[in-house]
Write a protein that binds this ligand. Sequence first.
Ligand code: GDP
Length: 202
Amino acid sequence: MNSRNIFFSTRFLVSVFSLKDLPTDIGLEIAFCGRSNSGKSSVLNAITRNKKLAKTSKTPGRTRAINIFSIDDQKMNRIADLPGYGFARVSKQTQREWAKLITAYLNSRQSLRGLVIIMDIRHPFKESDLTLIDWCSETNTPLLIVLNKSDKLSKSRVLREVEKANLMLKQMNLKGQALGFSSTKTTGIEKLDEKLKRWFDV
Ligand code: GDP
């Protein structure tokens, strides 16, 4: 990886529980979402090569927030780490509140450039993931599906899962793509970097 990687200087900006506290809605924002335990934090760490970032968004209290990271202050390129969904141990009421925050964010954020959905490659396309995919389809929002934990499956199985996911997106007529990825082994990192850079227009 060359030293000019734009994600190396990513820094934490702010945690917000309400849309009014988000940074000014200009520039470009890529939102990361995923079920809890899909490895969303680990994927962010892998992209930025910074293990402290995920720690920031895992700080108690911040897992329910939208955590904003700045990729480039001048260009106003940001990553929005949306609260993980599907926690088994959390009340239905809390889950509804998170869903409300995520939905409000998605439906109002003008600078949203695209959505990255992190899934565990062994358990992809759960109900909440599908809700987000439908939303992308309805709003014509670019979508990237990261099938994480690919190190848990054989190479041929990974290829099959990625193919299956891409076929599904095609059938839905979606502006989207699926990638196999492993945060642990950083497999697939070049493709992911490349895609995000393209979205940020750099
Ligand atoms: P989050 O809740 O979605 O932010 O998930 P985390 O990043 O905290 O990861 C959840 C668990 O999955 C942790 O135990 C990680 O070590 C593990 N994990 C994350 N990514 C990978 C991966 O690519 N491969 C494997 N084998 N484990 C992973």
